[in-house]
Each structure stands twice: as structure tokens, then as C-alpha cells.
Design a protein around this ligand. Structure first.
Ligand SMILES: [Mg+2]
Length: 217
């Protein structure tokens, strides 16, 4: 776990969802694979060919953008699939309940953090998928807001979802911390907006946040 610029008067936690609130490589792989398979079918191509094309495009993009990562949603826009279409596909394809189960330790952690802070999910998945994911994890009752791909119609890393989260909580960005498993998607931009950042390896790191000393500024 890596801490960046933790605010002294921390009021809101903005949590990434996938890879942060749960650790499940099989489900993460399914999410990427099922979208690429669908795109391949639509284009009359194979998964392997489409996967190769997408990887090549993302690598070229990173090389021309100082090594930054391009989200799958933004990559699909280049391949002719709008964000609105990506939202529909994800809603149709993803069933988090098939992979995830209730996590009492996560509930306990979030319940403790939520006693003194606003809790928000900021995810590149649609709100419907986020609701199902949080329900499967048994923590749906602990978040005040869910900002999904369909809330601002832009994919992280983009300022809009993070600023929307702060605005909904009625706090300034400098009172927020963004928690996520990918530096480029979840941490770099929030830091530029004046927020703090916590880079985690997975949900096991999130459990540590329930202990006050782990995040003292
Ligand atoms: Mg993530």
C-alpha cells in the first residue's frame, strides 16, 4: 500500500471498485475477455486477433502519452464502440454474483470508516454493475454515492467523476482521498486535483484502512 498526500482533515473516501473492493483475478479476466469477444464477433474476427489489435493500440497510445494507460472503455471508442454502447455491453455481460461473495471483513472496515467519512464508489463500470457488485460483496448499504461510467459518460482517468464525487459529498477535493489499485486510473489525476491517494494491491490493503494509524497524515 502506498500513501500520497493524505489530507489532514479527511472527509471522503472515493473507492475504485474492481481490483480494490475485491480481489478476484478470474472475474477481472472475464470482464475484459467478454467485452473483447463481443467486439470480435461483431467484427467477424477472432478473440486472439482482436485482443492483439487492442493490446497493440494501447501500447502505441502509452508510448505517445508518456507511458500513461488507456482504459478499455476509451480504447473501445477508437474501435468504434461508444461509451454508451460499452455501458450496455457491460450491463448485459457482467454478473458479479457469479464470482463474488459477501465479505464481512470489508463490511467491518467500511462501516468503521463510514462512521466519520463519506464513502463513494468511483468506477469505470456502469452504476447497475456497481450496485450488483456491492450487493454481492454485502456492502451495498455503506456507500452514499456510486459514480459509474454512465454518471458522467467519461472513463477514468478523467476529472469529471472525481469532482462529481466531491461535489455530491459537499466537500472540497482537498478533503478527499482516492483509493484504487491502478496508479494511472485511480491516483495520478486525483493528486493533480488536490486530493490524496492510496494505491492498494487489492482488498487486503483496504482492510488496513480501518485502522486509524494506517492513514494518519
Ligand atoms: Mg481497479
Amino acid at each position: 500500500m502506498q500513501l500520497y498526500n493524505i489530507p489532514e482533515s479527511l472527509q471522503a473516501f472515493l473507492f475504485d471498485m474492481d481490483g480494490t473492493l475485491y480481489t478476484n483475478p478470474a472475474y477481472m479476466q472475464f470482464q475484459i475477455r467478454s467485452l473483447i469477444e463481443r467486439l470480435a464477433r461483431l467484427r467477424g474476427s477472432s478473440f486472439e486477433v482482436m485482443h492483439g489489435a487492442i493490446t497493440a493500440y494501447q501500447e502505441t497510445w502509452a508510448q505517445t502519452h508518456s507511458g500513461q494507460s488507456l482504459s478499455l472503455g476509451n480504447t473501445f471508442v477508437h474501435f468504434g464502440i461508444s461509451i454508451a454502447e460499452s455501458i450496455r455491453w457491460r450491463e448485459e455481460l457482467y454478473e458479479p454474483g457469479a464470482y463474488l461473495k459477501a465479505d464481512p471483513k470489508l463490511w467491518e472496515t467500511l462501516n468503521r470508516l463510514g462512521a466519520a467519512h463519506a464513502l463513494v464508489v468511483v468506477t469505470n463500470n456502469p452504476v447497475l454493475v456497481a450496485r450488483k457488485t456491492l450487493a454481492a460483496l454485502g456492502v451495498g448499504d455503506l456507500f452514499q454515492w456510486i459514480i459509474g461510467l454512465d454518471t458522467c459518460l467519461v472513463s477514468k482517468p478523467h476529472a469529471a467523476p472525481f469532482l462529481k464525487a466531491a461535489a455530491l459529498c459537499h466537500v472540497s477535493p482537498s478533503a478527499c482521498v482516492s483509493v484504487g489499485d491502478r496508479y494511472e486510473m485511480d491516483i495520478a489525476l486525483p493528486l493533480a486535483l488536490g486530493m490524496g491517494g492510496i494505491l492498494v494491491d487489492g482488498v487486503a490493503d483496504v482492510y488496513q484502512l480501518g485502522h486509524e494509524e494506517s492513514i494518519s497524515a
